[in-house]
Design a protein around this ligand. Structure first.
Ligand SMILES: Nc1ncnc2c1ncn2[C@@H]1O[C@H](COP(=O)(O)OP(=O)(O)OP(=O)(O)O)[C@@H](O)[C@H]1O
Ligand SMILES: [Mg+2]
Length: 361
């Protein structure tokens, strides 16, 4: 196992710079997820760690070794891709053992490692099958097995689950998490799926346009996003954003009642966005004192089982809120949406940076 340290990593393709100086220190045994929209540089960053792309400048260390000039096979890493590319003409056994071909291990040691990996991944009874005789999830496990037998210091995953259907993806996600708990190997995992990031990561790295926007635990990026970008990207449905202006003692909104200026708001004035997560905005029977409250007209109701998403219009602004599934709502109902004032975020409209974070709880 090993730590991984990226220092001021820059990547240019011809004249286009796509990664603009990334610093990231990953601890030994940590599970770090790089997440962000398409084209933000996640795969390029991972491929530089793997040695599949050269750095334009900067330095990568795995453990205390600078690996920038090392071939991929000498970096003690194993990578699992989206198109896991297992060989159709080989059995599961041969496919897993293929990961050891470079290592030229004694036959007995090879057999032992293949058996161990198959055991952990639940493939023992399938070792003689060919990929065409496996389900998508089983094939994905073969690809992971092939990486596992090499006992790498670091696992690199690039969207390993995106070819699977939703149910299988949730199942494999759990298996990858268990695998990490069993092996304790350092993992760098790339995805554009914020749910995958939230559920798997010890720490999430939110990327945007070749830069790191925020690094934090899942709870930190969810509860205390550093910017509007992070606030919108993490969490589903996205955080409600209401444009307003900070005046002396309050925040004023078009067509909504003003809000008493929340404590901890540093900015003296100017345009802001008030952010409130659908999870924190509740359809309420009454109007508790001190809470942020808006009247709104119900437009669309989405029952999710345990609770219900309510899309409602406050003036001309659509807001998403949560209601208890036991509350009966109809389109056209006028309801009160309330949020605890501690659950409100305020962003500077010009810089899109957070001015006031949600209070810890
Ligand atoms: N070989 C290349 N030559 C030129 N530009 C490239 C090359 N590879 C990637 N890029 C560009 O670099 C940027 C980052 O690409 P990258 O593949 O790292 O994105 P990503 O975050 O993994 O996106 P996705 O979620 O779509 O996989 C993109 O704008 C892409 O077009
Ligand atoms: Mg990618």
């Amino acid at each position: 196992m090993a730590s991984v340290t990226l220092s001021n990593i820059v990547k240019r393709f011809d004249r286009t710079e796509v990664v603009h100086g990334i610093d990231l220190a990953i601890s030994d045994g940590e599970f770090v997820v790089l997440v962000g929209p398409s084209g933000c540089g996640k795969s390029t960053t991972l491929r530089m760690v793997a040695g599949l792309e050269d750095l334009t400048s900067g330095e990568i260390r795995i453990g205390d070794r600078v690996v920038d000039r090392l071939e991929p096979k000498d970096r003690n890493i194993a990578m699992v891709f989206q198109n896991y590319a297992i060989y159709p003409h080989m059995t599961v056994h041969k496919n897993i053992a293929f990961g050891l071909r470079m290592a030229k291990l004694p036959k007995a040691e090879e057999e032992k490692r293949v058996r161990e990996a198959a055991q952990i991944l639940g493939l023992t009874d399938l070792l003689d099958r060919r990929p065409a005789q496996l389900s998508g999830g089983q094939r994905q496990r073969v690809a992971i097995g092939r990486a596992m037998v090499r006992n790498p210091a670091v696992f690199l995953f690039d969207e390993p689950l995106s070819n699977l259907d939703a149910q299988l993806r949730a199942q494999m996600r759990l298996e990858i998490k268990k695998l990490h708990q069993t092996l304790g190997t350092t993992v760098i995992y790339v995805t554009h799926d914020q749910v995958e990031a939230m559920t798997l990561a010890d720490r999430i790295v939110v990327m945007r346009d070749g830069r790191i926007e925020q690094i934090g635990t899942p709870t930190e990026v969810y509860r205390t996003p550093a910017s509007m970008f992070v606030a919108r990207f993490i969490g589903s449905p996205s955080m409600n954003m209401i444009p307003g202006r900070v005046e002396a003692g309050e925040i004023r909104f078009d067509g909504l009642p003003p809000l008493q200026r929340p404590g901890g708001l540093e900015s003296a004035g100017g345009a802001v966005f008030l952010g409130v997560r659908p999870d924190d905005l509740k359809v309420a029977a009454d109007r508790p004192a001190g809470a942020f409250a808006i009247e709104a007209r119900v437009e669309v109701i989405e029952p999710l089982g345990p609770d219900t998403l309510v899309y409602a219009l406050a003036g001309s602004r659509e807001l998403v809120a949560k209601a208890d599934s036991k509350v009966t709502l109809h389109r056209g109902d006028v309801v009160t949406l309330v949020a605890d004032s501690g659950a409100l975020h305020v962003f500077d409209a010009a810089t899109e940076q957070t001015l006031r974070r949600q209070e810890a709880r």
